[in-house]
Structure formats: C-alpha cells, structure tokens
Design a protein around this ligand. Structure first.
Ligand SMILES: [Zn+2]
Length: 416
C-alpha cells in the first residue's frame, strides 16, 4: 500500500455505498478485485437485509409541506395528529406523546423508540444536519427491525433548519404521508483467508458501506484500505496464526455484516483468537486511539508498544460502535483502531466525509503501527490476549446490544 494506491482507491470508491443497495455490491466487487491484485482470493458472502423502496414521503406542518425523507421499513401511512416536541425523556414529557406525532432531537435511539411507542405516539420525526451548514440535506433513515420489534409507527427525517423554524412558530399539527414497498434484499461481506501454521486464526474487519449522502472516505473506506494493506503485507510475511479478512457490509445499518458473519460462522469462532477492527483512520487532524474490548492488559500492551515505536496513542478498554463488537459479544476479544478527528475538522454520515479530510501519508503511518502490532499478535506462540471478556465489559455489551437499559457513553461519537 502506498500513497498513490490509497488516493486511487479513495477516488474509485467516492460514491454512496448504502447497505443492501447496488452501489454496495459494486464496491464489494471492487474490493474483490483489489484482493485479486495482491494474489488473494476473496469471496462475496451475502446475507439478508430489510429494505424499503419509498414511493412517496410527505410531511405537512400546520398544512404547509416540509421537505422530508421517509423512514425505510416504517410502513405506510396517511395520518394527521397533533405535533409534540419531545424535549426531555422524563415521565411527564413521555405521557404527552399519546396520540401525537413526536419530534425527537437528532437520532431515534432504541430506548426512545420503545418509550414513545409505549406511551402511544402515532408517528415521529427526527432531524439531522447542522444549523450553521450551508446545505439543506436530509439523511435517509430506517426503522430497524431490532428497534421496532414489529411495533411500527411511521416516521420521517427532516433538516434541522426546518425543525427549528416550525418549533419557533409554535407548530400545532403534523401530517405524515408515507408509501413504500418493503422487502428482504441482500447485503454482502467480502471475505478472504490467508492460512497460517495453526488452525487458530485472527480476524480483521473494516466496513466498506456508507450512510446516505456520504461517500464515506474517512468512514470507512480508510479502514477498508487499511485491511487491504494488512493483507498485502502478510501475503509476503510469515505469520503463525491464520488470517481472516472481512470487509463488512451494512455496518452503518446496525453492524449487520459482522452480525451475519458471527451468526453464519458461529462454530468457527471457537478458533478465533482476536479481532482487529479498523474504522476511520488516516484523516488529516485528530488523535489515534485503540479501543480494547478485552482484558485491560491489552490496553497496556498497546500503550507500551506505541511508546517503543514512537507513536502517540490513547488506548482504552470499552465497546467500540463498530464491527468488532458482535465478535466480542460472542466472546472473541477485539481491538478497534481509529484516528478520531475533532468535529470541526472532519465529520461523518454527511456530504462532507470526502477525500478532502484524508491524508494518505497519515493513513500509511496509522497502518504502520497497526501492522507492527499485528506482526506481534499473529506470530505469537500463543496469543497473549485472554479469550475472555471481563464482566465490566460484558455489562457494556448488554447495554450496547439493547439487552439492558443504560447510559454508558460509547467510545465513538456517532449514531448507531
Ligand atoms: Zn464507520
């Protein structure tokens, strides 16, 4: 991997790659070809995802039409109701949701959805974007089956600027018209294997899908390139452990690719010693981090190694909102590497995540350290990371996977 190749891949893949859509498949085939170029045979493994083709989505506030996008998989509706802006999540505020179309700040979180449906909300709207940005973009959202559990109410997504405007004007009623065809489609993981000297293996993950509006250079073609770089390196260098590479699809839709892989390969996970996940590296600004979903000895190991190598890093234990997590949830210790940019230098899940925020030389540097770390791990006589997830991390996994209610802060800002 070199600077020219990195920039070439970023250019070649500068399009929306929504999970389950045609462009995602196009990128899967592209990655397959990249593997081929380094002599590595990659397969495309498909898995089911729910999709909705939206024919009509309209939102009227006090009779005036507001630009919106309909939530995929949030059913069909033609419904008018009082509008309620849910500013807080206390018991009183939630009681006001009954019979209303509810406006939520930002992203629809799992427990917020349960709460408003439990309290009789009949529809909802979320908003995204930034009041100070020049655009009026509206992100395409979906009501995930793991969130709705079949309790579907219609929803739309709008731009923050319009939301501010009608709240300022004391809007009273909302009407949602939503027409869509819902069906089960396919998303894909791209998988490749380099056998080692032992049956045991290590897993390398990075997602290659993007959100709507985003060409996802930083999030996460950067990590996908990183994975190619690791594969290229170990095609030429010895390793005792086997290596499995998974470019995951539909991560942005709720880690669907890594969850599907864990489900479809569950028996093989017994021989997996460690997962190394790359999600967002190589941006111009920002700090390098490692998030270890493992015993905390790995945190210290990475800190020591980084000092030996002359690399700045902040290592922590916790749950990273990315493809490492379904594996950790199955008991395979994991580490995610990322370079996290300050919000005012690079953002994700919008039109601004382009190669403009990337620096190929920085990506090379980040990758160098990740390969050094990987060299140690894949050549270990015995993988030093205990194959056990500590109880404190298991609790965080319970919260992350919505098995338990909690308010722990995730290691990555964002909205999964
Ligand atoms: Zn990502």
């Amino acid at each position: 991997m070199d600077v020219i190749k990195i920039n070439q891949i970023l250019k070649d893949t500068a399009y929306e790659r929504l999970g389950g859509r045609e462009e995602e498949l196009q990128c899967a085939k592209y990655l397959q070809k990249c593997c081929e170029e380094i002599g590595l045979k990659a397969e495309i493994e498909s898995f089911d995802v729910e999709l909705g083709d939206i024919h009509e989505a309209k939102l009227y506030i006090d009779g005036e039409e507001i630009p919106c996008k309909g939530f995929m998989c949030a059913g069909n509706a033609d419904l008018e109701a009082p509008l309620y802006y849910l500013r807080n999540l206390d018991a009183y505020s939630l009681k006001q949701c009954k019979g209303k179309i509810v406006l939520i700040d930002g992203y629809m979180r799992y427990w917020t959805y349960q709460d408003i449906v439990d309290h009789g909300a009949v529809g909802f709207s979320v908003y995204d974007g930034h009041v100070n940005y020049g655009d009026e973009d509206i992100i395409q959202r979906e009501l995930r089956p793991v969130v709705s559990h079949g309790r579907v109410i219609p929803g739309v997504s709008i731009n923050v600027k319009t939301a501010i405007q009608f709240i300022k004007n004391d809007a009273k009623t909302a009407k949602i018209v939503l027409k869509q065809t819902e069906y089960t489609g396919k998303s894909r993981n791209v998988v490749a294997e380099i056998p080692g000297e032992t049956e045991e293996y290590m897993i390398f993950t990075a997602h290659y899908d993007s959100t709507s509006l985003s060409t996802g250079a930083y999030d996460n073609m950067s990590g996908s390139i990183g994975l190619l770089g690791i594969a290229e390196h170990f095609m030429k260098h010895p390793h005792r452990y086997g290596l499995r590479f998974i470019w995951c699809g539909s991560e942005e839709r709720g880690l669907l690719g890594s969850k599907a892989y864990c489900r479809d390969h569950e028996e093989e996970l017994g021989k997996a010693a460690l997962v190394i996940n790359l999600d967002m590296i190589g941006c111009i600004m920002g700090r390098f981090i490692a998030c270890c979903t493992s015993e905390d000895k790995l945190v210290h190991y990475i800190e020591y190694l980084a000092q030996e190598e002359g690399v700045g890093i902040a290592a922590n234990d916790g749950v990273y909102s990315s493809d490492s997590t379904p594996f950790a949830d199955k008991g395979v210790p994991a580490v995610s590497f990322a370079r996290l940019a300050p919000d005012n230098t690079a953002t994700i899940h919008n039109r601004y995540d382009t190669l403009e925020v990337m620096k190929a030389e920085q990506l090379m540097e980040d990758l160098d350290f990740i390969i050094t770390f990987t060299e140690h791990m894949v050549n270990a006589k015995n993988c030093p990371v205990k194959r056990e997830i500590p109880d404190s991390i298991k609790e965080k996994l319970d919260v992350y996977m919505f098995r338990k209610r909690g308010d722990h802060k995730l290691s990555k800002a964002g909205s999964r």
